[in-house]
Each structure stands twice: as C-alpha cells, then as structure tokens.
Write a protein that binds this ligand. Structure first.
Ligand SMILES: N[C@@H](CCC(=O)N[C@@H](CS)C(=O)NCC(=O)O)C(=O)O
Length: 83
C-alpha cells in the first residue's frame, strides 16, 4: 500500500483495507506531488493512493474504484490475509 499521511483519498483506501481485514504495509510518500519522483518512475504517475502488490505491480485507480475493488472481492490479490 502506498499512501501519504492523512490525505482523505489515501486514508479512505487505508480504512477500507483495515475494515476488509486485508494486511498491508503502509509506505509513506512525499506530501508534495512534485517530490514523488521515485514513485513516479515506478508507477508512471504521481497521484496517490495506489496499492503495490508483492510482485511489484502497482495498481493506481481513483480511490473510489480502489475501495470498490477492495469491497467487491473481485481481485484475488485483495483478499483477507492474502499476501
Ligand atoms: N480523485 C483522486 C484524488 C487523489 C488525491 O488527491 N490524492 C492525494 C493524496 S491522498 C494527493 O496526491 N495529493 C497531493 C497532490 O494532489 O498533489 C482519488 O480519489 O484517488
């Protein structure tokens, strides 16, 4: 999970992961978008939130879509206790 302090979209996704019982590691990125150069190199965008899976794949969608994906159970990678 890639996030940032208490920004609302990031926090909403973090909360959805918590409530769905999905384990994650929180990765803090620079608060200023222009400083997210390493993240941009890996994700192709500077916008957060995003979820990085163990294989290094970074999923960046609008936070509402991420939350829907978390709750729908449609993504095998986002299952309770899935690693
Ligand atoms: N509509 C987007 C908004 C994303 C967004 O505003 N992300 C915040 C962090 S939680 C951000 O990157 N803010 C810094 C900036 O936009 O420069 C979403 O819901 O995913």
């Amino acid at each position: 999970m890639i996030s940032k302090w208490s920004g609302h979209p990031c926090w909403n996704v973090q909360k959805a992961l918590d409530e769905a019982g999905i384990e994650y590691e929180l990765v803090l990125e620079p608060a200023l978008r222009r400083n997210r150069t390493d993240y941009e190199r890996r994700a192709g965008t500077r916008v957060l939130p995003a979820i990085e899976f163990e294989d290094g794949t970074i999923l960046r969608e609008d936070s509402k879509e991420l939350i829907e994906r978390i709750w729908s159970g449609s993504d095998q990678r986002l299952r309770p206790n899935a690693k």
